[in-house]
Design a protein around this ligand. Structure first.
Ligand SMILES: Nc1nc2c(ncn2[C@@H]2O[C@H](COP(=O)(O)OP(=O)(O)OP(=O)(O)O)[C@@H](O)[C@H]2O)c(=O)[nH]1
Ligand SMILES: [Mg+2]
Length: 235
């Protein structure tokens, strides 16, 4: 059985560790979660799922405008990938809270960082978005409304933003290393929080199955290549 590694990235507090724990399905939580302000996860940690035996989740510290630690975190994530996960990553998940309306200035800043962090031509074809906190108690119609707004506005803006960033980067890259941007980015809507009385995680479980099947179907990204191995300044 080939292992599918999923790298989870995003802003602090959006639900990266909670998503990892949900997929890992151990009795005790492997990844620390917290609702307290400030960065919770400090290190890059990977675990094989106790349920999906071929799925390996890589949780990362969140980026944050206000922490002043983004460069350290970016270096830490890149080092962990180079040292431990240069082979085996099939999917990258960006976690974003569904309850924030638009792509913020900080989201755009983060997308630029990811573009610089991963100057790999096919990188963005391996990226999906998890809209966390798509609460179980949202009625179906409300969730459908969210989904359509996210597709029409958020994901549209996100692709445009990556396009703008990569157009700049591509000017500095030779033809065979030009970054490619997909027309569509996969989106998944999950509530991985504690179950409230009277609700179930059926909707989330279907989305997680879809996410995992999508990840399994991807090729491996090769992070041992030289274009990933140069130092990177986020500014
Ligand atoms: N109900 C619900 N709560 C969530 C969900 N995702 C995250 N949370 C809550 O949001 C808070 C932050 O979640 P974390 O998983 O620690 O966030 P993180 O992205 O790992 O944060 P950092 O480690 O600081 O980068 C915790 O209190 C979680 O319980 C979700 O899908 N549903
Ligand atoms: Mg975390």
């Amino acid at each position: 059985m080939s292992i599918t590694k999923i790298l989870v990235l995003g802003k602090t507090g959006e639900g990266k560790s909670t998503l990892c724990n949900y997929i890992l399905k151990y009795n005790e939580k492997k990844c620390k979660e917290s609702s307290a302000p400030g960065l919770c996860t400090k290190t890059v940690d990977g675990f094989i799922s106790n349920h999906y035996k071929d799925i390996f989740m890589i949780d990362t510290p969140g980026l944050s405008d206000s922490s002043g630690e983004d460069q350290i975190i970016v270096d830490r994530i890149r080092k962990a990938i180079k040292d431990k996960h240069s082979q085996g990553i099939r999917a990258i998940i960006l976690v974003s809270n569904i309850n924030t309306d638009r792509l913020s200035f900080d989201d755009k800043r983060l997308l630029l960082i990811y573009c610089k962090m991963f100057p790999i031509p096919e990188f963005w074809y391996h990226v999906g978005i998890v809209f966390s906190k798509s609460y179980d108690y949202f009625p179906e119609e409300a969730l459908n409304g969210f989904k359509s707004t996210k597709q029409k506005e958020f994901l549209h803006d996100l692709i445009k933003t990556i396009e703008n960033h990569t157009n700049e980067l591509n000017k500095t890259l030779p033809p065979d290393r030009q970054i490619q941007i997909p027309g569509v980015i996969q989106a998944f809507f999950t509530d991985c929080g504690e179950l409230l009385p009277g609700f179930n995680h059926d909707r989330t479980d279907k989305e997680i199955e879809r996410l995992i099947n999508w990840a399994r179907g991807n090729d491996y990204l090769d992070f041992s290549r030289t274009d990933f191995n140069t130092d990177m300044d986020i500014n």
